[in-house]
Design a protein around this ligand. Structure first.
Ligand code: GSH
Length: 216
């Protein structure tokens, strides 16, 4: 299997899943800063020009959560996708909550503070997105009180998606009011096979450490 990735990005979700499964994979760095995602070879894998992409035999799959779900089901015997239908419903619910309710405002904030050219940034949307994130984070904070994991009483792939998304929020300094979520993120990233945290990977890129920059 090959994972096309770039350290401090949603690639972390796919890498986290592969590492927890203990599956051998070849990591291929697509340096977004060097615009390698716009190279013809990569566009053939993902015309959307985005990482991550997983190649497994003749399967070429993009979308970080689709990759996580594919791997969870391919290695269902490892128990990272709940076998029980009701727990699995909850598993899908929180994965989708992470990408639609938490990530979506974080993405808007990233675009309007750093990614769009300055002339296109809308500061008012940063304020709105911050508010929307806060109300959804409060829902998850309540859900996580007294729980170790997002679904049921054991770790699932949903935890990797949620914890990565909350680490992104932490980078954006939006987790201050959510002590339960902060300690959950700490616990998840303390797992022996967890990837690096976004802040550490950015730091490694700045200091030129290739392994850490890949999130390994
Ligand atoms: N929904 C996609 C989003 C992928 C995505 O936006 N990846 C970013 C890095 S986090 C990227 O490759 N951006 C390059 C670009 O948009 O030019 C997923 O979850 O995989």
């Amino acid at each position: 299997m090959k994972l096309y990735e770039f350290g401090p990005t949603r690639s972390i979700r796919a890498r986290w899943m592969l590492q927890e499964l203990g599956v051998e994979f070849e990591a291929v760095t697509v340096n977004l800063q060097a615009r390698e995602h716009r190279h013809q070879g990569f566009l053939q894998l993902n015309p959307a020009a985005k990482v991550p992409v997983l190649v497994d035999g003749d399967l070429v799959l993009n979308e970080s959560v689709a990759i996580v779900l594919y791997l969870a089901e391919k290695y269902a015997d490892r128990g990272l996708v709940p076998a029980d239908l009701r727990l699995r419903a909850d598993f899908y619910r929180w994965m989708l909550f992470a990408v639609t309710e938490l990530e979506q405002p974080l993405w808007r904030i990233a675009r309007h503070t750093a990614l769009y050219p300055e002339k296109d940034r809308i500061p008012a949307d940063v304020v709105l997105a911050g508010r929307e994130f806060a109300s959804m984070a409060a829902v998850l904070e309540n859900h996580m009180k007294g729980r170790a994991y997002v679904v049921g009483d054991r770790v699932t792939a949903a935890d990797f998606v949620v914890a990565y998304t909350l680490d992104w929020a932490d980078e954006a300094q939006l987790l201050g009011e959510y002590p339960t979520l902060r300690s959950y993120v700490e616990r998840m990233y303390a797992r022996p096979r967890a990837p690096g945290r976004i802040g550490d990977i950015f730091q490694a890129i700045r200091s030129g450490s290739a392994t850490a920059a890949a999130g390994a």
